[in-house]
Design a protein around this ligand. Structure first.
Ligand code: SF4
Length: 676
């Protein structure tokens, strides 16, 4: 008999729900949930194929210990013994802050909570981070300083009722396809779509205006839109007066961003700017949807706050179908942040440096906790030797961090590395011990999607023999180190999270079973959860305008490196491709890395479509095929980042946003030549 287990998609942050169909312990396929408010009976191609990798023959099935440069299968006790011995030694010799823990946006909320507790309570360090650092750390920082909360202001199911949607730095039809579908539904209902992106992408065909800006000129573009709105007196004066602060400084700053000036910097024709500003300001409610094209810059946090400025100038916050909405990349990157897999906060964004907060966690966890915030991922990899022991859970940092060679030099300099993963990956090659983990289909827990929706992940099959869920592994290591974390099940972990974290106070498995999901904040058991943030007032009281001037990328194109390289995600792949490249239907599409280059640039350089080219930056070079196309503007090249054999991040720049510490993946100087 076929059994149907309702669960949450393990790929992107949209959080679609589907049933895993299982017969005799074998997954046969998936079937979308018809009444889920986000996906309503639909899935994208990744969701339909979200089971193939689970039983792929490449799955790691035994712990591996490196001996004389080669991995050998080992027993769990032998692997644990080696890990514990090295943690004790390195901690004794160098102190707890020589250890660094990298958690995983692929793990459940409960596992992320356990991993950060392991770092803080057992290892004694706040050096805990995860891949939000490489995607939406600027959203957390920017939206928190502007609004008081770092999460999406609105819900995905409100998008179809927006009158205007500004999509900036995001390719939703490929990267978040179900959100792309909801945007198209809005279009069908009469909404105006404004797209800001250097490339012609799927959504270009449906947008009313396409602003093809140069990468790294978002602040200039957005200040330009506000300049026009204020010149034409289209701002929402009541909203600005009653609900915000800092408007006069903003007004002064945007004065100089007249359309002619903005056109020079962004390359967007002034008449398009004027049209876009008028449409956005006059169509209420208007929603802003953005992604890594905004955040992955040295001005990532400023980009996000500038979007917040635009929304507040027009009163488009705190109401249905409006707001500023980051599209989170991985299935549980929102939840990993929420659970405190960050160096500065416990679960529920409670500051580790706040004495009262820390005492609360010390009492509950019965241990003294470090009182100084820890290092971010980027700081752990700032210089070789800074971190002597890395404990990395399900994160391929060599693939996903900018400037891979530099990351490798940090791993090579570390004294000991533990990696949990489903598959062998680039990072695991540098490990001393690799522990075989279990997939989403083999465990219980919850994920939180891009609109703060906490929803269940359910076990459909038993873990493959000799693999274990990440949370269980971490608790066993902690016990051997003398710190005992004992939970009967994932529900009990959630009870502890709810008890210690005010914004999750009303979340329980009992309610999730009955209600399907809960959107935080949900402070008590009678609270229905929060669909729209900042309705009566902003979480910080008044919304704060930040007057921000344009500043270009750290590396500008020059005679030696005349192009700007920018990167992105494709429909058939997800993040580092560890799972999608092991899914037959997904991996057959676009099987190899390539670079998109403008037709005129290609002709000038004598580059033919599908010919081999060398793409180089100050950090490295790759030989890949060219895709010659007018879908990209002259002077800019674009590459996807999913391919392990030709790592795009060999080329990207590890220059960081000073506030959020994200790397500048979206703009660096590059050269393209026919391959020799
Ligand atoms: Fe899964 Fe995202 Fe596709 Fe939904 S849109 S099915 S969450 S990959």
């Amino acid at each position: 008999m076929i059994e149907y287990t309702l669960t949450t998609c393990p790929f992107c942050g949209v959080g679609c729900n589907f049933y895993l169909k299982v017969e005799h312990g074998r997954i046969l396929g998936v079937s979308p949930s018809r009444n889920h408010p986000v996906n309503r009976g639909r899935l994208c191609v990744k969701g339909w194929n979200a089971f193939d990798f689970v039983t792929h023959p490449d799955r790691l099935r035994k712990p591996l210990i490196k001996e004389n440069g080669k991995f050998k299968e080992a027993s769990w006790p032998a692997a644990y013994e080696l890990i514990v011995k090295n943690i004790k030694r390195i901690k004794t010799e160098n102190g707890p802050d020589a250890l660094g823990v990298i958690s995983s946006a692929r793990c459940t909320n409960e596992e992320n909570y356990i991993i950060q507790k392991f770092g803080r309570a057992c290892l004694g360090t706040n050096n805990i981070d995860h891949c939000a650092r490489t995607c939406h750390a600027p959203s957390v920082a920017g939206l928190t300083r502007s609004f008081g909360s770092g999460a999406a202001t609105n819900s995905i199911d409100e998008l179809p009722d927006a009158k205007c949607i500004l999509v900036i730095g995001s390719n939703p039809l490929e990267a978040h396809p179900i959100i792309g579908w909801r945007i198209l539904t809005a279009k069908d209902r009469g909404a105006k779509i404004i797209l800001a992106d250097p490339r012609a992408i799927g959504l270009s065909n449906f947008s009313d205006i396409h602003l093809r800006l140069l990468p790294g000129t978002d602040i200039c573009l957005l200040n330009g839109l506000m300049n026009i709105i204020l010149e034409k007196e289209l701002e929402d004066k009541d909203f600005i007066r009653e609900r915000t602060e800092g408007f006069e400084e903003l007004k002064e700053t945007v004065k100089k961003y007249a359309p002619e000036y903005v056109e020079k910097i962004t390359r967007v024709p002034r008449e398009l700017l004027i049209k876009a500003a008028e449409i956005y300001a006059k169509s209420k409610p208007a929603s802003i949807v953005y992604s890594l094209g905004i955040t992955e810059h040295t001005v990532g946090t400023d980009n996000v706050s500038t979007l917040a400025n635009l929304a507040m100038v027009t009163g488009n916050v705190g109401r249905l179908s409006s707001g500023v909405n980051p599209l989170r990349g991985q299935n549980n990157v929102q939840g990993s942040c929420d659970m405190g897999a960050l160096p500065n906060v416990f679960s529920g964004y409670q500051n580790v440096e706040d004495d009262a907060v820390r005492r609360k966690f010390e009492d509950a966890w019965e241990v003294r906790l470090p009182g100084k915030k820890g290092l971010t991922n980027s700081e752990m990899f700032e210089m070789p030797g800074r971190i002597k022991l890395f404990y990395i859970v399900g994160e391929d940092v060599v693939h996903s961090e900018p400037n891979s060679k530099h990351v490798i030099s940090c791993l090579e300099k570390a004294e000991f590395i533990v990696v949990h993963d489903l598959f062998m990956c680039k990072t695991a090659e540098y490990a001393d011990v690799i522990l075989p983990a279990s997939s989403f289909a083999e465990k219980e827990g919850t994920f939180a999607n891009a609109d703060r929706r906490i929803q269940r992940v359910r076990k459909a099959i038993q873990p493959l023999p000799d693999t274990k869920p990440d949370g269980e592994i971490v608790m066993e290591v902690a016990s051997l180190l003398g710190y005992h974390m004992k939970y009967k099940n994932a529900s009990e972990v959630m009870d502890e999270i709810a008890h210690l974290s005010p914004i999750f106070g009303g979340v329980s498995y009992g309610r999730l079973e009955k209600e399907g999901f809960l959107q935080w904040p949900c402070p008590d058991k009678n609270h229905p959860g929060t669909k729209v943030l900042h309705q009566e007032e902003f979480v910080r009281g008044k919304g704060k305008f930040f007057a921000i001037d344009h500043k270009g990328p750290e590396e500008l194109s020059d005679d030696e490196y005349p192009f700007i390289l920018t990167t992105g995600r494709m429909l058939f792949h997800y993040n580092s491709g560890t799972q999608t490249r092991r899914t037959a239907i997904l991996s057959r599409e676009f099987p190899e890395n390539f670079v998109q280059i403008n037709s005129e640039d290609a002709e000038r350089l004598n580059i033919k479509n599908r010919s081999k080219v060398s793409v180089s930056t100050r950090r490295g070079a790759l030989e890949i095929k060219a895709e010659v196309s007018n879908n990209i503007i002259s002077g800019v090249i674009w590459m996807p980042f999913h391919y392990a054999d030709k790592l795009t991040n060999t080329l990207t720049n590890n220059a960081f946003d000073p506030i959020s510490k994200i790397g500048e993946y979206k703009a660096c100087a590059a050269k393209v030549e026919p391959a020799k």
